[in-house]
Design a protein around this ligand. Structure first.
Ligand SMILES: [Zn+2]
Length: 418
């Protein structure tokens, strides 16, 4: 790829700000995400990536080798800064790189660990001042998303995949920056990892939602594979939790019956003693020792020292399943999908952190691994079997219904890069 030199770049920089200042005002604001839009992504690429060849698409593999050798690329598409932050690179400047920060500002960096390509880019949703959904037990979605992404990266790399993350710590990132990292690296799959919030009714099945890039068959295919795999991993877990609760209820009912029988015995004993005492006083004789006289003393109250197992319910709504969500202008509703170029991209909402049953499940570290394993297996299947479709598809959605802010430039705080 041939990049602009800094001199040529300066021509553009005269229009849009400084070539090297990380704090240049809105020089590279991305379309749709900021009220102060000055330049959309397509224009930015035209300005900065002159003569750039699109990265060759990463091919899918087969059963024996899901992750084939990546196409070679001369120049890095993104980089990891010394502090671990991933930034997309847009131009080379002599001995440094022009990159775009997490909050969409241009920055010149000398010291980066280059990312040339990747089979998969994983995007742990939220971060920094935006925790996403928060469970009743204090769990934060941003942390869970990162844990699942890190574990999945580890599992996928063990299978030979090259994996890049959009976020590597607890810091801000705009949705457009997330998408742009994926677009630059151009993997065969981009997955944004989330856990759902908000009120929803109880549901027989887990209320997993997958939103895929619209009119993108590969993204849709991944969505179906992931949904099917997650449902089959979650269903037995839910069944086990429900059975454990039912067992607890049975034990508690048995105890209550035992307690009632005990109370009845105590009452009957008392009555019998009272009657004996009445007879004794009526006859005014010294009675023979009654063999049942000490019966009450021998009765011990039943104890219930079984740990409570709360009821388990999945949360879900009519929008569970796999679908595309388009705006009235026929673009993807979600910025992270809209801004990721042609990369097959999907956003997955594993389950509901806002539901106490599911928040309890998510508090278990082993469950993070379960989720990471599901994501890894789905990605391996996606790469190794290009005809696999999965299931769970529901009708696409088309509306501009607001879903709240987050991930905008206005709410972004730049992470430390050095
Ligand atoms: Zn989220």
């Amino acid at each position: 790829m041939k990049f602009f030199s800094c001199n040529l770049f300066l021509t553009a920089a005269l229009l849009f700000g400084s070539c090297s200042s990380p704090t240049a005002p809105d020089t590279l604001a991305f379309v749709d995400e900021s009220p102060q839009v000055t330049l959309d992504l397509a224009q930015a690429k035209q300005q900065f990536l002159v003569d750039s060849q699109p990265t060759l698409p990463v091919p899918l593999g087969n059963e024996t080798q899901p992750f084939v050798r990546l196409p070679q690329s001369d120049e890095p598409k993104a980089g990891i800064t010394p502090s671990g932050v991933v930034v997309p690179i847009v131009a080379k400047q002599d001995t440094s790189w022009l990159a775009i920060t997490s909050c969409q500002n241009p920055v010149t960096l000398k010291d980066i660990t280059p990312i040339h390509s990747a089979h998969v880019v994983l995007d742990p949703g939220h971060g920094g001042r935006e925790p996403g959904a928060v469970g009743y037990n204090g769990l934060r979605e941003s942390d869970l998303n990162l844990q699942v992404a890190n574990k999945s990266k580890e599992l996928l790399e063990a299978k030979g995949a090259s994996v890049a993350l959009t976020r590597t710590g607890d810091y801000s990132l705009t949705v457009a920056s997330r998408g742009f990292i994926a677009e630059q690296i151009n993997p065969a799959l981009f997955v944004s990892i989330h856990h759902n919030g908000g009120a929803n009714g109880f549901s027989e099945d887990p209320g997993t939602i997958v939103l895929h890039k619209h009119e993108n068959e590969e993204a849709e295919r991944f969505g179906g594979i992931f949904y099917e795999k997650l449902q089959s991993a979650l269903e037995p877990i839910g069944a086990e939790k429900k059975a454990a609760h039912a067992e607890y209820v049975k034990k508690k009912e048995a105890f209550e019956e035992e307690l009632e029988a005990y109370e009845q015995s105590v009452a009957a004993d008392k009555e019998a003693q009272q009657q004996t005492a009445d007879i004794d006083s009526a006859e005014a004789t010294s009675p023979e020792p009654d063999p049942n006289e000490n019966a009450t003393a021998e009765l011990t109250p039943p104890e219930f020292d079984v740990e409570e197992i709360p009821a388990f319910n999945w949360s879900g709504g009519p929008n569970a399943g796999v679908r595309a969500w388009k705006r009235a202008d026929n673009k993807d509703y979600l910025g992270v999908l809209r801004n990721s170029g042609t990369t097959p991209a999907a956003l997955v909402e594993f389950l509901y952190l806002s539901n106490p049953s599911e928040a309890d499940l998510l508090a278990d570290e082993a469950f993070i691994e379960t989720q990471a394993q599901v994501l890894t297996d789905s990605i391996v299947d996606y790469f190794s079997n290009p005809t696999l479709q999965g299931s769970g598809f529901v009708a696409d959605q088309q509306d501009d219904q607001p879903i709240g802010g987050g991930g905008s430039k206005a709410s972004c705080t730049e992470p430390e890069l050095q």
